[in-house]
Design a protein around this ligand. Sequence first.
Ligand SMILES: NC(=O)c1ccc[n+]([C@@H]2O[C@H](COP(=O)([O-])OP(=O)(O)OC[C@H]3O[C@@H](n4cnc5c(N)ncnc54)[C@H](OP(=O)(O)O)[C@@H]3O)[C@@H](O)[C@H]2O)c1
Length: 239
Amino acid sequence: MIKGKKSLTLITGATSGIGLELARRLINTDDLVVIGRKEAHEVYAMLSDNIQYIQTDIANPVQAVDVVIAGLEKLDIQAIDRVIHCAGVGVYTSPDQETSEQIGHNVSVNLLFPVLLTKALASHVETAKGKVVLIGSVAHKGSPNMASYAASKAGLAGFARSLEAEWRDRIDVQVIHPGPTLTPMLEKAGYKVGKEGRFFLSPEAMAEEIIKVMATNKKSATIFIGAKIKSLFRRKQSA
Ligand SMILES: NC(=O)c1ccc[n+]([C@@H]2O[C@H](COP(=O)([O-])OP(=O)(O)OC[C@H]3O[C@@H](n4cnc5c(N)ncnc54)[C@H](OP(=O)(O)O)[C@@H]3O)[C@@H](O)[C@H]2O)c1
């Protein structure tokens, strides 16, 4: 571990959007191991040379998990305080139009890889008495034009609930569901932001909120501007 750093965090999806903003904040306190598909020099330029980087495409989940485990062995890392699964993809289209390839890709990146990697890293996290953080989505409850995305995020929520029961005394598991956030994902998914974009959080603000939630013992949390307005309203009513 780098001198002065308190803990070691492994993070996926730290090369864009919310994950990048999370990594930019965590780098001040944590040793970071970043998992991504970009070239190493691009990632060091975005974050710092002072991180560890393991390059792999998680759309091939089984091979990617092997690459991560081999990379950690090479780095001589046996204990991980926090694993943050933030990588994600989506396609904004009707379920009738979504191709089998797109569905398989969504489910591989958003669900299969986090499930396989969490299992593979259980002993690392247990050794550190650490925590697994799964970044879900408010869409896990079902959302128009996001059928396989919603299914993959609902899968993460179910996975987290199961682990919470199975690993209760061994490993903390937290699932955090962000609401709409102005990141490159929207355009990549084919979603055109209209006036409703005024109510979307910036990736910086979302990362700040996620860091606050990660510091709590909550097993599940939703970060959504609508939820905030509701809770303010409730507080006002009960005052
Ligand atoms: N934006 C929203 O409105 C919103 C709302 C709710 C939940 N979320 C969730 O928040 C998380 C972050 O999303 P974001 O909006 O920040 O998206 P983003 O800006 O598109 O970032 C997605 C990240 O996932 C990585 N990734 C995607 N496919 C990969 C692959 N095959 N192999 C390795 N890495 C891969 C990307 O790597 P590259 O840089 O190489 O592409 C990038 O680092 C996701 O889990 C998403 O589902 C987002």
